[in-house]
Design a protein around this ligand. Sequence first.
Ligand code: FAD
Length: 423
Amino acid sequence: MSPIDLRVAIVGGGICGLTCAVGLAKQGISVQIYEAAAKFGEVGAGVGIGPNAVRILRELGVLDDVLSRAEDTGCNISMFRFISGMEGHEWIYDYTAGPEDESRGVHRAAYLDALVSHIDPKMAHFNKRCTSISASTDGHNIIHFSDGSTADADIILGADGLKSAVRGVVTGTATSSVKFSGGICYRGLVPTTEMRAAGVKLDLDTRPACFVGKDKHLIVFPIRGGQIINVVAFVTNRDVPIGEAVLPPGEATVVSVPQKEVLDAYEGWGSDVLGLLGCIHNPTKWNINVVYPHLETYVNGRIALLGDAAHGMMTHLGAGAGQGLEDVYLLVKLISHPQTASYNIETVLQVYDEVRRPRSQNVWEQTLQAGDVYEGCGPHGYSFEGLRQDLTGIWDYVWGHGVEDDVRDAVRRLENLGVYHSM
Ligand SMILES: Cc1cc2nc3c(=O)[nH]c(=O)nc-3n(C[C@H](O)[C@H](O)[C@H](O)COP(=O)(O)OP(=O)(O)OC[C@H]3O[C@@H](n4cnc5c(N)ncnc54)[C@H](O)[C@@H]3O)c2cc1C
């Protein structure tokens, strides 16, 4: 059996599952996607695609489509400004990546639409909520869905997000790995014209910004060619140590809140921050959950996790989707490798785990620390000079990763194991 004969089932059609499906299908691999919802969909918000992720989308042949759907006119989010959230909005620090480090802010729905345009509708199955996975006698995996139906495949990829059903099958434990981080954020999209009319003076439509302050910060970046400003305003309760709290049963991850709640949370902050928040008419509040403690494996036999299902993390480096895309790229390259076949696929997936788990979990740790820095709890404290020290190079590890680095590492490991032969 050559890789072309391996049948892959992807559980979950979010950013990572869909990108993985497109990448594998482009390599001629048979893929089916099983999505719990009635259609592919994303929240109405922006997502930052860092240089590492931009390189992957380019290699997978979907970057131009994503940018054109997103009406992207070239705002590079790697030019991040850090500004005091307090009145006066003093400049603190500029993070400027190299010219080759292109990154983008895009509307999530536009991203998904671009991906969907590459999907053969016959590959997509909706209203298919995975509840469990079992093994058949001939070595296939069988996915069970809540409607009583089943599907089988040679490889199952769990891209079913933070509340993953596949995760428990991989880790072999019924205990939930999803924890409440103690952080919440308010999200909204603001038309640039309205922001200007509200008297906001800083130019937030050409470059991204992070407004820093004690126990709170805002991430702001333009999407849709600068016509819309994506706003995410964080509030952290540090009395809740990470990993020790879970949301009470029944408490929703996302709720609509009155605008007053957002303005009250930022009482005493500077006029541009309050002006911007005052333009969010229908804010949503997000309880930020993470996967913690770190999983000991992302793979069990022929079942592998990717994206938030494997390493749902804090949002502070805008790295979660990017880490998922790094998983995707390695999976696509390994599953479609000419020396991958049915008899060695389990070792190939094991090597995927060995390569991707340490890096994605390191990024997880760095995103947590970044939140501390932005909110005055970093190693050098809350002075502007202390912040500058802690902000220097803050994205280097995340963004500096070459698209082929993991592939080279994995292929070398497989050659050392005698699974692949050097060509
Ligand atoms: C406020 C905020 C801001 C963020 N900003 C950024 C950013 O700027 N840059 C960045 O890189 N990341 C960012 N992230 C993180 C990023 O959004 C996630 O890492 C990314 O969306 C994860 O994609 P995913 O495909 O793994 O999971 P999801 O997007 O959660 O998709 C999972 C899919 O699986 C489906 N599903 C769930 N359960 C089942 C089941 N049992 N059976 C079948 N289907 C199922 C769901 O319906 C969904 O379609 C941010 C996150 C938040 C909360």
